[in-house]
Design a protein around this ligand. Structure first.
Ligand SMILES: NC(=O)c1ccc[n+]([C@@H]2O[C@H](COP(=O)([O-])OP(=O)(O)OC[C@H]3O[C@@H](n4cnc5c(N)ncnc54)[C@H](O)[C@@H]3O)[C@@H](O)[C@H]2O)c1
Ligand SMILES: [Fe+2]
Length: 424
């Protein structure tokens, strides 16, 4: 199979002619997803070497020092640096004699401008490798710096599916949030500098060589960010379980991750210094990344991306606000998968029908959102914005995700009204 021609098919702008009825969505979506399924079958998706547990990040640095690198660009954000979260890692690199340059300009939901600045720094300092330390924003920005550097292209040229010709510069990742799973995914989300619309780079070459899941780095993560990022992990684990591309391997990760989230997220939220809860959430997030590599996402992310960009809502939070509504929307066609998750988290009752068990899982998700103190609504949604949100969400969903059920325009509008908290 010719991967380039297959990938180019995804670029056809037929989506621009997209009508908004369910049938049209299904037609366009099925066309894309048939290609995507064929592509995933022949793709070889690598996995990083993973270090886990206390001091995992320091152990990874020891391994990194054996790579004979000239100079590593450390990509992080200023807040993390100021909090001292990465101090020990930098000290370790110094002890080991690893030369590095520090780039701390990443901001939440990084833009191409930030990535371009990072790339400029990489080149000016004659770096040959990249180490991301931070949440999904730092890891995604670093991924694209490393890929653009080795491919000698502008970062925006990497948007789309499999756009890189050459391997990434050696890339390593240390997540400090437990949510995105970006330390293992083939994706990077970078926002348009002016519109803040999210663009997605999908490329197997972005998977890091090594990743460290170190709970020590997460113990100071504030409760609200713990909750939001944890809900991002849960959304990855659940959306991929409902995807028509789910397979035995992805379902294995989804089940294991969902169980970890329900057992640990409340505790990590309430008692951030509980290392076991932090470690288990880091693992859940990692499983979330593994499962989306195989099965992808769905309408939750498609709508959450639009709401997040438009109303500046953190990624995990916007997912949490959309997730219960999409589960309700999907429950007639996804009852077996939702019931399966209800059994995984022990909320199904003996004798429940698949539909009843599915509803118990959805209710457990709603309860979790409530327990985490998350406002389930987006009150800012304006009637005038609905057409654009719907159009962009359908465009993203139809061209990227293997949806179990397609939506009509009316259903999308009703969904947005409910998320705005104006109807039940
Ligand atoms: N590549 C992927 O597969 C993927 C998947 C999902 C989401 N994303 C993207 O990831 C981004 C969101 O990443 P995120 O949710 O991890 O948040 P983030 O990286 O934007 O960080 C959020 C905030 O938390 C702070 N923070 C991070 N770690 C901390 C710690 N240990 N202690 C104290 N403060 C800490 C940061 O300074 C920042 O202010 C979005 O752009 C989203 O689109 C990517
Ligand atoms: Fe996400």
């Amino acid at each position: 199979m010719d991967l380039t021609s297959l990938s180019n098919q995804f670029d056809q702008k037929i989506i621009n002619k997209l009508g908004l009825s369910r049938a049209k969505n299904k037609l366009v979506g099925h066309g894309y997803i048939a290609g995507l399924k064929a592509l995933v079958k022949v793709l070889n998706i690598p996995k990083p070497t993973v270090f886990t547990g206390k001091n995992a990040s320091l152990k990874m640095c020891e391994s990194l020092s054996g790579f004979g690198l000239r100079r590593v660009l450390v990509v992080t954000d200023q807040a993390l640096y100021d909090l001292g979260v990465i101090d020990q890692i930098l000290q370790k690199l110094e002890q080991l004699g690893v030369q590095y340059s520090l780039f701390t300009e990443v901001e939440p939901d990084p833009t191409f401008l930030v990535v371009e600045k990072g790339l400029k720094r990489y080149r000016a300092d004659n770096c040959d490798s990249v180490l991301a330390i931070g949440g999904g924003s730092s890891i995604d920005a670093a991924k694209v710096v490393a890929l653009a550097a080795s491919n000698e292209v502008e970062p925006s040229a990497l948007v789309g599916i499999l756009k890189a010709k050459k391997a990434s510069a050696p890339f390593f990742a240390i997540p400090t949030t437990a949510g995105t799973g970006s330390e293992v995914t083939i994706g990077a989300v970078i926002s348009d500098t002016k519109t803040h619309k999210k663009e997605i780079v999908i490329e197997t070459k972005t998977v890091p060589l090594m990743a460290a899941l170190d709970p020590e780095l997460m113990k100071g993560l504030p409760p609200a960010i713990t909750a939001a990022t944890g809900m991002d992990a849960l959304t990855h684990l659940v959306e991929s379980h409902l995807s028509t591309m789910a397979n035995d391997e992805s379902c294995y990760y989804s089940r294991a991750g969902v169980k970890l989230v329900f057992k640990n997220l409340r505790l990590a939220y309430k008692r951030g210094t509980n290392m076991k809860a932090r470690e288990n959430m880091a693992l859940a997030s990692f499983y979330g990344g593994l499962t989306i590599n195989l099965a992808g996402l769905g309408y939750v992310h498609a709508f959450a991306h639009q709401l997040g960009a438009r109303y500046r809502i953190p990624h995990g939070l916007s997912n949490a606000k959309v997730l219960p509504h999409i589960l309700e929307f999907n429950k007639d066609v996804c009852a077996p998968q939702l019931a399966d998750l209800a059994r995984v988290i022990d909320v199904a009752h003996v004798g429940d029908s698949e539909g009843q068990a599915a509803q118990r899982f959805i209710d457990a998700v709603k309860q979790l959102i409530d327990d985490l103190g998350i406002d389930p609504t987006v009150k800012d949604i304006k009637l005038n914005d609905v057409d654009a949100i719907r159009f962009d969400a359908f465009k993203e969903a139809n061209s990227t995700y293997a949806l179990p059920k397609y939506m009509s325009s009316d259903e999308a509008d009703a969904l947005l009204v409910r998320i705005a908290g104006r109807a039940h």
